[in-house]
Design a protein around this ligand. Structure first.
Ligand SMILES: C[S@@+](CC[C@H](N)C(=O)[O-])C[C@H]1O[C@@H](n2cnc3c(N)ncnc32)[C@H](O)[C@@H]1O
Length: 270
């Protein structure tokens, strides 16, 4: 099975729900909240700014467009009906927020109609990311802002010593769940090709803290996938999951990944 996030709507409902739980766990971790705050504050949006998140998942990050970036309204577009239902369940009461099913490559929105677009951990899952950037360029107003943030996935690790078997689960999970590991190392070239002006680029170190909620979902999904693929016996998968939990309980767990954010603008005369 290739990256399930690249075609989430086609996956079993149970898998979509499991991925939604993992996304929610990640969104709520204080270290992840801090990363979003670091690159979404100070974007200098107009007072009545209309913002859009493509690949909006459970909607937590879409809400940041209002809470952190200061947009007046925000809409999330997302192909998975499970995600859209969760976003509507959790945030549907706020009249400034809305969500719909759709594709980042063909939003159906008019030309030059939004002030800001956010792509938070979307592009690593999309085959042909330049098609998304071309669509964003079309729908942004001249001078509009594009904010992108994604993992620098080759840095993901749970390794605490040489030959640590837990690290293999993390690497396997990333290999099986990310379409382009190198997207943030290629992003400036892609943005320039599409016609964006480049703004600040920032690295953000993410260290799993406390209960390591999100990192445990990575370990668990890596172990389960190895068992499904017949690479591990189920008892071995369960033992590795237990190893991760013991490390958390005994304050010996380490989980890390770098994220990179990139701000860009559609030229004012574009
Ligand atoms: C890792 S999740 C990130 C969700 C959210 N941005 C967050 O950070 O919590 C990636 C999301 O992108 C969505 N996605 C994948 N391909 C897409 C496409 N072509 N257009 C729009 N969304 C897409 C997936 O369904 C998934 O919900």
């Amino acid at each position: 099975m290739s990256d399930p996030y690249s075609n989430l709507a086609a996956q079993e409902i149970e898998l979509q729900e499991r991925i939604a739980d993992a996304m929610e766990a990640r969104c709520l971790e204080p270290a992840q909240v801090a990363i979003r705050k670091a690159y979404l504050s100070n974007l200098d949006l107009p007072p009545d700014a209309k913002a859009l998140e493509l690949g909006s998942g459970t909607g937590h990050v879409t809400r940041d467009l209002i809470k952190v970036a200061g947009a007046a309204s925000a809409h999330g577009i997302e192909p998975s009906p499970v995600m859209v239902a969760r976003a509507n369940r959790d945030f549907g009461d706020d009249p400034r927020l809305s969500f719909s099913q759709g594709d980042a490559k063909a939003t159906g929105l008019p030309d030059s109609s939004v002030d800001m677009v956010l792509l938070h951990t979307l592009l690593c899952h999309v085959p042909g990311p330049q098609d998304v950037l071309t669509e964003v360029h079309r729908i942004l107003k001249p001078g509009g802002v594009l904010a992108i943030c994604d993992g620098d996935y080759d840095t993901a690790t749970a390794q605490i010593a040489d030959f640590d078997p837990l690290d293999q689960l993390v690497r396997f999970m990333i290999d099986q769940n990310v379409t382009n590991l190198w997207i943030m190392r290629q992003i400036t070239g892609l943005l320039t090709q599409v016609g964006f002006d480049l703004g600040p680029s920032t690295g953000h170190g993410y260290v799993a803290e406390g209960e390591a909620g999100y990192f445990l979902t990575v370990i668990d999904r890596g172990a389960d996938r190895m068992v499904e693929d017949g690479l591990l016996f189920s008892e071995t998968g369960a033992a590795l999951k237990e190893e991760a939990r013991r490390r958390v309980a005994e304050n010996r767990f380490f989980g890390f990944m770098s994220y990179v954010s990139q701000i860009a603008r559609k030229p004012a005369d574009g």
